[in-house]
Write a protein that binds this ligand. Sequence first.
Ligand SMILES: NC(=O)c1ccc[n+]([C@@H]2O[C@H](COP(=O)([O-])OP(=O)(O)OC[C@H]3O[C@@H](n4cnc5c(N)ncnc54)[C@H](O)[C@@H]3O)[C@@H](O)[C@H]2O)c1
Length: 305
Amino acid sequence: MKIEKVFVIGSGTMGNGIAHTFAQFGYKTTMMDISEDALKKALSTIEKNLDRQVKKGSLSEEVKQATLANITTANDYANIAEADLVIEAATENKELKFKIFQEVDKLVKPEAILATNTSTISITEIAAKTTRANQFIGMHFMNPVPMMKLVEIIRGLATTDETYNLINETAIQLGKIPVLANDYPGFIANRILMPFINEAIFALMEGVGSVEGIDQVAKLGFAHPMGPLTLADLIGLDTVLAILEVLHNDIGDPPAPLASDGRLDHVPVLPDLPFKDLMDRPFIAFRAFQLERVRYRHVLIPCSS
Ligand SMILES: NC(=O)c1ccc[n+]([C@@H]2O[C@H](COP(=O)([O-])OP(=O)(O)OC[C@H]3O[C@@H](n4cnc5c(N)ncnc54)[C@H](O)[C@@H]3O)[C@@H](O)[C@H]2O)c1
C-alpha cells in the first residue's frame, strides 16, 4: 500500500508538528481536534514555523505554500475513511486513546494503518482495543517535530512486518531517522529522559541548585542543547506528569524522595507555574522553595502513597 493521505488526531504541541511535517513532504494531511481554538492556534503555529524555515533558507516559499495547501482541518471524523494512515496525537491519557481508537477503527478503510504518538502507553494494549492490531504501531515523534530527526517506531505484539516496514519507510521519506523500540513503558526515549527530568526537579526542590544552575550543568557539563527543566516546560508539565505516572505504575521506579513526606499530601495544589518563571531567581529562598516543592510534588510526582 502507498500512503498518500494522513489523518492526524490532536493539533496540540505534537499534532501540529506532525501535520506540518507530513504536509511539507507532500502528503495530503487532515489535522483534527475537538477544540476549535487548538486548531486555530495550530495553523498559526505551522505558518510561523514555516516562515522561520524559509527565513533560515531551509525551505523555499513555494514549498511553504504547498505545505499549507496540503493541510485541511476538521473537528470530526467526516473524512477519515479516505486516510491511508491515522496518527493519534491527542492528550496522553490511556482511556482517551482507547476511546479514540475504538471509534476510529469503525470508520477507517480496511487497509488503513493506525499509529499512536503516545510517549509511553503500551502499543499492544491500545492496539487490542481495535480489530486490526496487526496494522497498529507506535510512531513516536520528537518535539519540535519539523526539526527533530528521530522517530521511535514501536511494534506492538501483533504488528506485522508489512506494517512496520511501511511505517519505517514513511519515516525515512519524511527525512527522519527511525529507531526501532520494543513495547516497554517509556520505550527508549522516555525510559531514559524522564528519570533525568524527574531527578532535576528533585534537585531543585531540595535546593541543590537553582533552575538556571541545574540547566547550565546539563548544557555545559553534558553538552545538552537545553537543560532538563527547560525541556520539561517544552514538553508540557501535564504531559511530563502523565508519562511519569505510567513509568511509576508499570516499572515501579523507586519512590521520589518527597513521596514519603505525608504532610505534603494535605497541602492544596498551587496554580500552574513553568520552570522558566523561576529562572530569574539566583537562589530560591527557603520559604518560597517549600511552596514550589509542594507544587512540584503534586504536579510531577505520582502520588500513589
Ligand atoms: N509534548 C511533547 O514533547 C511530546 C513528545 C512526544 C510525544 N508526545 C505525545 O504526543 C501526544 C500529544 O501530546 P501534546 O504534547 O501534543 O499534547 P497537547 O496537550 O499539546 O495537545 C493535545 C491535543 O489533543 C486534543 N484532544 C484531546 N482529546 C481529543 C479527541 N478526543 N480528539 C481529538 N483531539 C483531542 C486537545 O484538544 C489538544 O489540542 C501525547 O500522547 C504525548 O504523550 C508529546
